[in-house]
Design a protein around this ligand. Structure first.
Ligand SMILES: Cc1cc2nc3c(=O)[nH]c(=O)nc-3n(C[C@H](O)[C@H](O)[C@H](O)COP(=O)(O)O)c2cc1C
Length: 220
């Protein structure tokens, strides 16, 4: 396990320098979207009449780009989530931890590694969405050390995911969906979990086609 984690870490660090492209575009397009700065708030407002909830986890702050470590004002996954939100014409619910994560990229790698090793369930800001009316959960997250951030596991356990369809999408440095969709199926054995849609983090700003496809999966 340790070897695997170290390998994953090496993969992130080793591939990030060349794997992440499009930083200049990313920075130029980094105006803060309104919806993203709102705190997590009540719940039923986020579910469409046809039972869709769009929820995502994303981290702002330092990240690898093709120009080295840069501070992103809007997280990569958040960028994609907001595009999907436009398509679905409904707001996106941001999964947020009570304790904010560090902006420092290297420190973040260590924090996330420790959380994963401890199988932690970081506490989340409330209120969480009410899942009663939810039929389809469109769920976005970055890959952290080969899978979903532990906060996403916290979210699924807290709100529940029985008898729904999950449409996963993720951003990443180079590892695609990695183990995340398998882990999602394990975490939600009574849900129908569709194929994931992986988007390279630095291409998030131009992921309109993918956002349209994800929205289409949620509302065919
Ligand atoms: C703690 C941490 C661990 C990461 N682990 C991986 C990984 O295992 N594989 C990968 O391809 N990218 C990895 N990345 C890169 C992120 O998945 C990628 O930058 C993503 O787009 C970040 O999304 P966000 O801005 O929405 O948080 C990692 C990034 C962080 C901060």
């Amino acid at each position: 396990m340790k070897v695997f984690r170290n390998t994953a870490l090496a993969l992130v660090l080793g591939t990030a320098v060349f794997a992440l492209t499009g930083c200049a575009k990313e920075k130029a397009a980094s105006a803060k979207p309104e919806a993203s700065s709102q705190p997590a708030q009540a719940s039923s407002n986020y579910v469409s009449k046809d039972g869709i909830l769009l929820a995502y986890f994303s981290r702002r702050g330092q990240n690898h780009t093709d120009q080295g470590i840069q501070t992103l004002e809007v997280g990569n996954t958040e960028r994609v989530a907001l595009k999907i939100s436009d398509r679905l014409k409904q707001p996106a619910y941001q999964i947020q931890t009570v304790k904010p994560y560090t902006d420092d990229f290297k420190e973040m790698l260590e924090v996330a590694k420790k959380e994963q090793a401890e199988n932690a369930r970081p506490a989340l800001k409330e209120p969480l969405p009410d899942m009663k009316p939810v039929k389809t959960l469109v769920l976005g997250y970055p890959i952290w050390h080969g899978t979903m951030p532990m906060a996403v596991f916290s979210f699924l356990e807290k709100v529940g995911c029985d008898n729904i369809t999950i449409v996963p999408f993720n951003t990443h440095g180079s590892s695609g969906v990695a183990r995340s969709v398998d882990d999602l199926r394990k975490a939600c054995p009574k849900a129908t979990v569709m194929e994931g849609t992986p988007i390279k983090g630095t291409l998030a700003a131009s992921a309109d086609k993918e956002a349209a496809e994800i929205a289409q999966k949620a509302r065919p």
